[in-house]
Design a protein around this ligand. Sequence first.
Ligand code: CA
Length: 226
Amino acid sequence: MTRILLVEDEAALARALAQGLRDERYAVDIADNGEDGLWAARSGEHDLLVLDLQLPRIPGLEVCRRLRKDGNHLPILMLTARDTTADVVTGLDAGANDYLVKPFAFAELLARLRALLRVGTRATGVELTAGDLRLDAKGHRVWRGATEIAVTTKELQLLEYLLRHKGQVVARQKLIDALWEHDDDPESNALEVHVASLRRKVDRGAEVALLHTVRGAGYVLREPGR
Ligand code: CA
């Protein structure tokens, strides 16, 4: 049985979410503060962490950072009440795999959970490259040169799609269709947020930029020298 850890201090929301998830046949454990949440997440008993950002004792972002610092790869879906790009980017940089802005539809939460859980079991097993950038789709790992880059689930999917269409300009809508289920519309700037974050990780400090924006058309990943 898939076991979800829910760290949420709003008792009524936590109860409602837990009930809904149990109805979908997930096992659910609840923690109502960051300290207990971190302790529970470190137990290794869970398949996924749903993490509120504003929590007593230890804030959600810090829980996220500490887990990743431990080398813990538990998929993390963060819940945020603050619909600002800065918070979302900070959360993704801290190691969260995806995010939802409150209030959200329960069906949307389920769709995100399914997507995150699928990544762990997907077996493509192909290594994709562009210049000194390498992506191991099965192992969920990315390198630029000899340096491994930590990417979120969405960034990995985005990069994988662009690598599979290397040298081609990919339209925004194509990427949105590839990255989100059709019943799961992202916020209007969600794609741009993920692209900006991915670009920072992949191209910052590199001699040659690989990920390019083609204004009014979309995005392209170019092999250096082409
Ligand atoms: Ca909260």
